[in-house]
Design a protein. Structure first.
Length: 356
């Protein structure tokens, strides 16, 4: 992996001095920061746990460290390792990738030497509230070890703009007091990027007429579902539940934010509409990502599976829904001109016979 950039070195020095939560913009290298801390602690004298990483990412980090010539490579603790042998793995030190379920069990049974843990690195820290296991692990760690460090990384700043005091709750669950905000307009980042401006080439591919027709139909259905949702829930008359916001990424979290306190009081129709909105947003996204055959198969499978749309979904009978299916088929099936001309001739002959 390439050496750290100037602003990355500055951030690493600050984070080494004081534990905290790093929230950086996408593309500024949250994975590179995590990799650097992994490289620093790949030593038998340390015991560092890593949370919230995927198996593919763990494999990537291990391969990169192997290329760098690191001798004591990180190890992965999975259910394939027996409970009796996990204690030996922990006492050998180094960096440990372990699933949250295993760490919870090992902390509760004192199978992991908590007093010997150097620290914990948390990747994708914005998910710490959604998944309670990681927060529970950090609580158990901090109760048994007051000196170990906790350093958290995330490049999803948008995840913190929903809910009440979201950043404060995340930091409370992480047991950190310092927040490091590194947007692209940060002085150190901006000055470095200005010196190395990339050459950007934008290529825009316009949508076909049938794709535009499908997009318009999906937007009409979304608008109809939103109106019906507001009709069944008058308390949801808020500006956030508009068609413009329904297209944005955080819309699912926004609508759940309003409905979660009342979810147990909502009827089946409202819950069905929420599920329909989620599926329609997915269709809108897949329209430009999937090829025409895959998109049509997706539509047909959703139509055949009644449970996918929830119960009593009335929008399936809208004219926009019919238009969506017709245009989706038109993208796949085309009649040759010869056959078209024959059909036209047959239709003309039938009309003449009727006139006679």
């Amino acid at each position: 992996m390439a050496p750290l950039l100037e602003y990355e070195r500055q951030l690493v020095l600050e984070l080494l001095d004081t534990d905290g939560l790093v929230v950086c913009a996408r593309g500024l290298g949250a994975d590179r920061l995590l990799y650097h801390f992994l490289q620093l602690h790949c030593h038998p004298a340390c015991l560092v746990l890593v949370l919230n990483t995927q198996p593919a990412e763990e494999e990537y980090f291990i391969n990169q460290l192997k290329i760098e010539g690191v001798e004591h490579l990180p190890r992965r603790v999975t259910n394939e390792i027996t409970s009796n042998s996990r204690y030996e793995v922990y006492t050998q030190g180094g960096v440990i990738f372990a699933t949250s379920r295993i760490l919870v069990v090992d902390f509760l049974t004192d199978r992991i030497p908590s007093d010997l843990i150097t620290g914990i690195l948390v990747y994708r820290a914005h998910r710490i509230i959604e998944s309670c296991q990681e927060a529970f692990i950090l609580r158990l760690f901090r109760q048994k070890n007051k000196r170990g460090f906790i350093k958290a990384f995330t490049d999803n700043a948008v995840a913190f703009d929903t809910g009440f005091c979201h950043v404060e709750r995340v930091m409370r669950n992480l047991f950190v007091r310092k927040l490091y905000l590194w947007p692209r307009f940060h002085v150190a980042v901006n000055s470095f990027l200005e010196q190395h401006k990339p050459e950007v080439v934008e290529i825009h591919v316009s949508m076909t007429p049938t794709m535009l027709a499908i997009q318009t139909a999906i937007l009409d259905i979304l608008n109809a579902c939103l109106k019906e949702l507001k009709c069944h829930n008058p308390s949801l008359e808020v500006e956030d539940l508009s068609l413009e916001n329904a297209i944005g990424k955080p819309f699912d979290k926004t609508i759940r934010h309003y409905l979660d306190p009342l979810w147990h009081q909502l009827g089946a129709k409202t819950k069905s509409l929420v599920q329909d909105l989620k599926i329609l947003r997915t269709l809108l996204q897949y329209l430009s990502q999937y090829d025409c055959v895959t998109f049509l198969n997706l539509l047909e499978s959703l139509r055949a599976t009644e449970k996918a749309f929830g119960q009593n979904s009335g929008w399936l009978f809208l004219d926009s829904s019919t238009s969506m299916f017709i245009n989706a088929r038109a993208r796949v099936y085309h009649l040759p001109d010869a056959k078209m001309s024959k059909k036209e001739k047959i239709s003309k002959k039938k009309k003449k016979k009727k006139k006679k």
